[in-house]
Write a protein that binds this ligand. Structure first.
Ligand SMILES: [Zn+2]
Ligand SMILES: [Zn+2]
Length: 429
């Protein structure tokens, strides 16, 4: 920042008019920090030139920044951190910091070259005093951040919801802030979101009404709350939950932070080792696979066709080829517990899975989805705003920033476009 620029400013680099890919810059004359540095959700659909441009921009934003504050471990928030210069300081909750170890399994290990600091409560970076507030979201350890700088209080909601197990956490958020950066993923969807408890009950019903089948459930291996709901449903229906080594690793990391989260030592949880995926993992990190095996109950995949009613497997479409060695003649029910649009993607593994189901309609059936959003519904967003009482709301992580004004009529809404510099010193409130 140069001498004729304002004392305090913010720039939404990305996220003012789209869901995901968040990156916000806060700056004073002495300090510059970033909040999240996410990969746009449609990154894979872009041509190479656009992808290079996205990476180039991220490198620019990350250059010479004093710290990055990471709200949670979802790629649309951390996915461009691998463009950060070596040794960049990153602050995140200890749960998020733990989950970042997973990055090494599928790409560059972020923990190797970033300077990651688990943030317990408050940290001071030059002009900024930053406090984290745990929030409920579909990512384990998600948080909001309060930035106090030059007399201004700025609250960044991160991704947030009220209908998960920890929804009540929003009541801890600070009040009467000057700015609330509020996510609005679900502004276009008028529906009220189901709770995770309702999801657990739906799993119980679905497994009970198809008692003779093996159940395969597709959910994100990092959606720990969902896996907990699934595990509880398995216990209630006398089934064993089988997880692959990747999900077992995510559960292990989460368990180290919260012992109530099921890991390999839990009685109704077993690890199955799909042949090609496990070999791939051994090549990447042999010790990790050995550690996961130690003390775990290994699921005997040859028992799947013998006792299909005994199991529920957490799986991903990519694993179906491996599983088919054992379950090609088994009655299988499949349930999606993910964002519905993933099922519509034109990806080879999804097309192969669809063909696999259609190949034997008498044996394989896709049951209704069981899912709820990781993001607040409209009524919940209103509750958050009523609690926080911000002087000004800044829309982010939304395709509909124009809807905020209608929804929050008694509040000031500052809808900005990406890459616009906003002077916080002179903004009318
Ligand atoms: Zn997000
Ligand atoms: Zn998220």
């Amino acid at each position: 920042m140069t001498a004729n620029q304002p004392n305090t400013q913010f720039i939404i680099h990305r996220g003012s008019h789209q869901i995901g890919g968040n990156c916000v810059e806060l700056a004073t004359r002495n300090a510059r920090i970033l909040i999240d540095c996410g990969l746009p959700l449609d990154y894979d659909e872009q041509d190479v030139e656009t992808q290079n441009e996205i990476r180039e921009n991220a490198r620019k934003w990350l250059q010479n920044c004093d710290a990055v504050f990471l709200s949670h471990y979802h790629a649309d928030h951390y996915g461009l951190l691998n463009e950060a210069p070596q040794g960049t300081k990153v602050y995140a909750t200890k749960e998020t910091a733990e989950l970042m170890k997973i990055s090494g399994m599928f790409g560059e290990d972020l923990t190797e070259y970033l300077d990651i600091h688990p943030i317990e409560d408050t940290v001071t970076i030059k002009d900024f005093r930053v406090t984290k507030f745990d929030v409920d979201h579909s990512a384990f350890g998600a948080c909001a951040f309060l930035f106090e700088v030059c007399g201004k209080r700025i609250l960044y909601s991160g991704d947030i919801r009220l209908h998960g197990k920890k929804g009540v956490l929003y009541k801890n958020l600070p009040q009467n802030v000057d700015y609330l950066f509020l996510e609005g993923t679900n502004l276009g969807r008028g529906v009220r979101q189901k709770t995770e408890t309702a999801i657990e009950n739906e799993f119980v019903k679905q497994f009970s009404s198809n008692p003779d089948s093996l159940h395969l459930v597709w959910c994100s291996s990092q959606n720990i709350d969902r896996i907990v709901a699934l595990y509880r449903a398995c216990v209630r229906t006398n089934r064993v939950l089988g997880v692959d080594p990747y999900a077992a690793y995510a559960l292990e990391l989460a368990h180290q932070n919260r012992q109530s989260i099921p890991n390999k030592t839990f009685p109704s949880l077993e690890i199955y080792f799909p042949w090609s995926f496990t070999n791939w993992m051994i090549e990447k990190d042999r010790q990790l696979v050995l550690d996961l095996r130690r003390g775990a109950t290994k699921l005997d995949q040859t028992d799947l066709p013998v006792n299909p009613s005994k199991y529920v497997l957490l799986y991903r479409p990519k694993l179906i080829g491996d599983l088919n060695r054992y379950i090609s003649k088994t009655k299988v029910c499949l349930t999606n517990s993910i964002w519905a649009q993933y099922w519509e993607q034109d990806k080879s593994e999804i097309n192969r899975l669809k063909a696999w189901i259609e190949d034997k309609p008498g044996l394989r059936q896709k049951l209704p989805d069981i899912h709820t959003s990781g993001h607040a519904d409209v009524a919940s967003l209103q509750k958050i705003v009523e609690h926080v009482q911000p002087k000004c709301i800044v829309p982010i992580h939304t395709e509909m920033p124009e809807k905020y004004k209608k929804l929050f009529q008694s509040y000031t809404v500052l809808a900005v476009t990406d890459e616009t510099t906003i002077d916080l010193t002179n903004t009318k409130e």
